[in-house]
Design a protein around this ligand. Sequence first.
Ligand code: C2O
Ligand code: CU
Ligand code: CU
Length: 480
Amino acid sequence: MNRRQFLAAAALSGLASACAAPRATGDPAAFHTELRVPPLLEPEVGEDGTRRFALTMQRGRSEILTGKPVETWGFNGPHLGPTIRAARGDRVRMTVTNQLDEASTVHWHGMRLPAKMDGGPHQMIEPGATWSPHWTIDQPAATSWYHPHPHGETARHVYRGLAGMFIIDDPATADLPARYGVDDFPLILQDKLLAEDGSPTGDPSRGTFGILGDRMLVNGTHAAFLNVRTERVRLRILNGSNARMYHLAFADRREFHVVGNDAGLLPTPVEVDRVSLTPGERVEIVVTFTAGEQVLLRTLSGSDDIDEGDFDLLKFVAAPQLAASPRLPAHLAAPAPIAVPPNAVVRRFRLNGHDAINGKEMDMSRIDEVVPAGATEIWEIENTVYAHNFHIHEVAFQVLDVDGEKPPAYASGHKDTVYVPPKSTVRLVVQFGRFTDPATPYMYHCHILRHEDSGMMGQFVIVEPGTENQVPRMTATHHI
Ligand code: C2O
Ligand code: CU
Ligand code: CU
């Protein structure tokens, strides 16, 4: 069922009456709840310098609509999770305790780390258990995030509220606003369908795309405003939605600068008046405000099923006087461009329907691809039908082209998730890491969670170059 059909069905069942969200009415008065900013998670620093971050997955109650407490899930609190912040070179250890009544996992989306630490469907955490992955942060400054990844259940666990930001700092990074909660804010965008009592409703594992909500939450806050106190503000925007694609713009169509993509900064800020973001993608922007003004950030509808509807997301309220901000640097500390090696290996992936890649549904006991450590390859993703995107664990990539055309400048940086428009082919140059483990796979998949859960996912391992042929393609343990 597509969104239009859903709305028709919902209207018949009376559900639509519960859907009076602040649409793009242009009425800023509707935005009256102060934006929640997830707290920074303080690490415990061990004797050897390891920074230990403790996360607990738990159920709780929170008010998505003011005055209507409902059950939500979160990390260290009732909804969403704290922001983890670590710098390149840090040794980190996570202790993740599962206090839910069902098994789950925590995946570090965007992180370059050994497969056993990745938190994919092979690293399940049983109820009551604690999982303690550890690694050394060794990648450029970026905005990453974390979320559950249990096979077949990711959509439901994320929809309940399990997600958080993971900011990576790089001491080499240039002069961008970086005071968390002052001039540097995370914005986790999520859409929900809410029942009359304010609880998230709908089944994220049904229909073509799962849930497309009509209530827009930012950091779990519905109809939020953010007080701005500095001339310039950096926004780290994450599409944490199950399926919705956003086309973000300000109500007055002001221009702003994109400074970073999923996996690192851009070489120079790129001026735009609109950016698109599919589930799992991040973008960092810097916006300039004028003292005393108010302006809405909204999403504009597009031409796909996953981006229907204009909605206001967040109101910015600039103080009568704004503290001066440093000028936007002309050059940013971007990671080096990923060069296509001569005779690069090309792998082709066809997204079929909504539950298979190359004609195969995800099988946890099958290794689909074997990649030599340190390789740079071309991955060609062909989409035969409707909207999808594509995420690869552990890597950084750049988009070479979409149907032969270069991506827009603002999306030309290092990424780990990319939109694959209907009936099109996207070519990526993908840089793989050097952690080898022939027995533990990483995932690649569509990040529309309904699709990921129903089998539009595959597995790859990274091995010592020259040993590719020794990897058994089926593992002993069979999961169904
Ligand atoms: Cu954000 Cu495999 O996931
Ligand atoms: Cu990931
Ligand atoms: Cu998909």
